[in-house]
Design a protein around this ligand. Sequence first.
Ligand code: GRF
Length: 198
Amino acid sequence: MASCAVLASGTGTNFEAIAARIADSNHSVAALLSDRRNAPVLKKAQALMIPAYFIPYDRNRRTTFEQAASIILRGLRVDLIVLAGFMRILTSQMIEAFDGKIINIHPSLLPDFPGTHAIERSYASDHEELGVTVHFVDNGLDSGPVIARQSFRRSMEASLEEIEIEVHAIEHSLYPKVVIELLDRIEQEKLIGMAAGE
Ligand code: GRF
């Protein structure tokens, strides 16, 4: 068994999709952390009996949030940190402290359209192939090593709302699949480590 924690700022549809898939696995979602007191994702976690933490975020003192989050994440010994609509940029200290353990989902085919409003900017472009990227988090903006990408060919007649629905549907199937695959791999590594007497 391996465990993850999800960091989210908003609605939490990706969190819900991940929690549903993990409930059918031998892994667990150990916690949901949010930087927004009224984020709907907090209620979603509570309804699923997943420990939910609101940690205030001060953009002038980013490390305060990160220190509190790190205490929780280390206390729960989580193996993977899953950013799902987490609207803050982590400091390099946090990224280095959890090196290679933080992943993110972005609603475009990176490296195209990093940053905010990615779906709107993809939609406004002349790109015929749109999609979603899951990547490890590094110190850049949506720039870390890609783990998985899934694309679709858009209809140029489709509305923005229709494209959003398509992008989110891909997110909700791709992200849980990637999270489970990573947790499976981490579990395997733990078993190998135990067998080697580490
Ligand atoms: C998703 O589109 C994700 O790719 C982006 O923020 C959105 C979060 O949606 N980073 P939700 O809170 O998971 O519903």
